[in-house]
Structures are given as structure tokens and as C-alpha cells.
Design a binder for this molecule. Structure first.
Ligand SMILES: Cc1cc2nc3c(=O)[nH]c(=O)nc-3n(C[C@H](O)[C@H](O)[C@H](O)COP(=O)(O)O)c2cc1C
Length: 179
């Protein structure tokens, strides 16, 4: 009886310590995953290279939640940005942000869509391989029963004229921001 008791106590200790080990391993895995995601979101950005990725047809479609986290990316978005669907979904839409784009341009986007209106404009985006691509973008709130539940964007290739007109405007805005 006494031996049995000691035995079951020891078993219990073994079970508890293996639970503890599993818990520690799980916590470490979760921590590493969080660090990895944080690094990809903030630090591991592609270095821009001065080479345009030209595309001349198709519509790039994406949807986001209210914070700009991508909830849907169509095949064209994957093809043009160079990312796989699961690299885009769940990430902030700024994953394709190009450093040549001024902050004020996106402030205008957010002010417009958060006030329930649609925004159209030309955007220079960054591909995973560092090249850039220009789009003419239409971003709109998704409204369900009078409530904005997210945002959606459709883009076509920007025309040469649209690009030529946008470059000096964005350069000027950017130089004001860096002063
Ligand atoms: C539906 C939707 C589509 C967007 N599309 C782009 C895009 O193509 N490129 C981009 O740089 N930002 C896009 N944005 C804006 C980003 O959410 C973000 O505000 C921007 O990249 C600036 O990054 P920052 O907020 O980290 O400064 C989009 C936002 C929404 C809601």
C-alpha cells in the first residue's frame, strides 16, 4: 500500500514534469513564431532596387480588415507583388509599401476611406524582389448594414502619363516630410 502510494506519487511527478516540459516547448515555439512574425513585419523588408516590374493587364484585388490587415489577395496580387497568398493574408497592407511613397498620401487614403468615401489614385508599390510597380488604385469601404466592416481595393496598371504626373508630386511631398 505504502509502496503503491509512493509509486503513484512518483508517477504523478513524472507526469507533471513532462507536462511542464511540453508547456515550456510550446511557449518557446509560440515565442519564436511571434518574434519571426514581428521581424518579417518590421525589419525584413525587401531592399528596393531601381527596376520597374511592368505589367500591362489584369486587376489586382485585395481586401483588408478595419486596420489594414490583408484578409484576401487575388492571384494577380500574388503574381505582381511576388508574394504567395499565405505570405500576404494576415499581414499589414504596408507589406508592399514603397519608401518613395510619402506618408501623407496614405494619410489621405485612410482619412477618405474612414469617412466612408472611396479613394482613387496612383501608387508605387514594392515587390518582394525589391522591384517596383505602379498601379492606379481604387480603395473603398466595405459596408454591411450601415457599418464599415473592412476595405477593398482594385488596381490596374497605371498609364505612363499617370506615372509621369505622380512622380514630381510624390517627390515634392516626400522632400517636405524629410525636412
Ligand atoms: C484596402 C487597402 C489597400 C491598400 N493598398 C495599399 C497598397 O497597394 N500599397 C500601399 O503601400 N499601401 C496600401 N494601403 C495602405 C496601407 O494600409 C498603409 O497605410 C501604407 O502602406 C502606409 O504604411 P504605414 O501605415 O506603415 O506608414 C492599403 C490600405 C487599404 C485599406
Amino acid at each position: 500500500m505504502g509502496t503503491e502510494n509512493r509509486g503513484s506519487h512518483a508517477d504523478c511527478q513524472v507526469a507533471n514534469s513532462s507536462k511542464l516540459i511540453s508547456f515550456s516547448l510550446l511557449s518557446t515555439a509560440l515565442l519564436l513564431d511571434t518574434i519571426k512574425k514581428g521581424v518579417t513585419n518590421t525589419m525584413n523588408r525587401p531592399s528596393p532596387i531601381d527596376e520597374e516590374y511592368v505589367f500591362d493587364n489584369g486587376l489586382i484585388i485585395s481586401s483588408t480588415d478595419l486596420k489594414g490587415i490583408i484578409t484576401y489577395a487575388n492571384r494577380k496580387f500574388c503574381e505582381i507583388s511576388g508574394y504567395a497568398k499565405d505570405e500576404l493574408q494576415g499581414k499589414n497592407h504596408n507589406i508592399v509599401r514603397h519608401p518613395d511613397m510619402p506618408k501623407a498620401a496614405f494619410q489621405e487614403v485612410w482619412d477618405t476611406i474612414q469617412s466612408g468615401k472611396e479613394w482613387t489614385g496612383v501608387v508605387k508599390n514594392l515587390r518582394k524582389d525589391g522591384k517596383y510597380y505602379w498601379v492606379y488604385s481604387h480603395i473603398a469601404p466595405v459596408i454591411n448594414e450601415d457599418e464599415t466592416v473592412g476595405y477593398t481595393a482594385a488596381r490596374r496598371p497605371a498609364s505612363a502619363t499617370e506615372i509621369e504626373e505622380s512622380i514630381p508630386i510624390y517627390e515634392d511631398m516626400l522632400s517636405k516630410e524629410s525636412n
